[in-house]
Write a protein that binds this ligand. Structure first.
Ligand SMILES: NC(=O)C1=CN([C@@H]2O[C@H](COP(=O)(O)OP(=O)(O)OC[C@H]3O[C@@H](n4cnc5c(N)ncnc54)[C@H](O)[C@@H]3O)[C@@H](O)[C@H]2O)C=CC1
Ligand SMILES: O=C(CO)[C@H](O)[C@H](O)COP(=O)(O)O
Length: 298
């Protein structure tokens, strides 16, 4: 298949290599000209603008977006709409909010353009060597684009999830689970770190990756991180977030679903971004007020 790929960053670049390795043709566009040139060197056709990219595609044209969610996706769809025709396809494979994807699908469908919201998992390595996809959109049209997912996914790592929005909903929940699992791994190693024993964390993670109940890719990545920096002395424990964890918690609240693990892991990310907290000052001041308990001076 011939695919117009917009967004050649950490994910888009690796997906492009994966797609080309499976004989799909890529017409590449990015705001960053160096990113386009880099992929051109790997065999992609370069486009200097979105309209040039669209002109280079076959009908029905397939455009794959791999850019940050929110305004970049919205602006690109605004730009693409007048350039595309009935029967053309836009695949949004980044982490858009599912409600925005439903709105994009409805707007594009009014012009006969098909929209697929695709949650992509597996990070950069998955993008390069075998990703995992959750795909929402028209079931009949999906069959026409299924080969690119089959070819670039790992084993059976793709699923058609249903109508527009369902792919990004599934990916949102996936990321919520990811928050909880990583928080738990972090807490476990924190307890080991403060224990009276001198554990080799890389070795513990290696052991837990082999046959244990908690084995898995995150544990393998844990080992890899400890091999590179045995006590993680080179990085701070600041855990940024991109939004999907908050969306999962918002959704759980709206649906009345108790999801304390994911919610607390999100709160811990926010807490990690603060050196000191006003909350902590208030509690310390109150303890001091009622019980004369000592406070640490600022
Ligand atoms: N990094 C990861 O592990 C994963 C990221 N994602 C999602 O995939 C999407 C892309 O993520 P990354 O590749 O990590 O981001 P990135 O920041 O590495 O790459 C984004 C690329 O999009 C380009 N870009 C931005 N706006 C553009 C526009 N209007 N026109 C053309 N190019 C534009 C940038 O120049 C950049 O090269 C995001 O939605 C992200 O949440 C999904 C799964 C995993
Ligand atoms: O989708 C992903 C992995 O599955 C992205 O890496 C995402 O950025 C992770 O979320 P956060 O940045 O909030 O940790």
């Amino acid at each position: 298949m011939k695919i117009g790929l917009i967004g050649l960053g950490k994910m888009g670049y690796n997906l492009a290599l994966n797609m080309m390795e499976h004989k799909h043709q890529i017409v590449a566009y990015d705001l960053d000209k160096n990113a386009v040139a880099r992929l051109q060197n790997e065999g992609a056709e370069a486009a200097g603008s979105i309209s040039e990219m669209v002109q280079k595609l076959d009908t029905p044209r397939i455009v794959w977006l791999m850019v940050p969610h929110g305004k970049p996706v919205e602006n690109l769809i605004d730009q693409l709409m007048p350039m595309l025709s009935k029967g053309d396809i836009i695949i949004e494979a980044g982490n858009s909010h599912y409600k925005e994807s439903i709105a994009h699908a409805e707007r594009l469908e009014s012009q006969g353009i098909h929209f697929f919201d695709v949650g992509t998992s597996g990070g950069m390595e998955g993008a390069r060597h075998g990703a995992c996809y959750m795909i929402g959109g028209d079931p009949e049209v999906f069959k026409t684009i299924e080969p690119v997912f089959r070819d670039t996914a790992v084993n059976k790592g793709y699923v058609y999830t249903g109508r527009a929005g369902s792919g990004h909903f599934a990916k949102m929940v996936h990321n919520g689970v990811e928050y909880g699992m990583m928080a738990s791994i972090g807490e476990g190693f924190d307890i080991l770190e403060r224990s009276p024993f001198d554990f080799d964390f890389a070795e513990i993670a290696r052991c837990w990756s082999n046959g244990s109940v908690i084995r898995g890719w995150l544990m393998e990545l844990t080992e890899s991180a400890f091999r590179a920096d045995p006590r993680l002395k080179q990085i701070k424990g600041v855990m940024h977030s991109s939004g999907e964890g908050k969306w999962t918690v918002d959704e759980a609240l709206d649906l009345g679903v108790p999801a304390p693990v994911i919610a607390l892991s999100l709160m811990m990310r926010y807490r990690s971004e603060e050196d000191d907290t006003f909350n902590g000052k208030v509690v310390a001041a109150l303890r001091n007020q009622f019980g004369g308990h000592a406070v640490d001076k600022a």
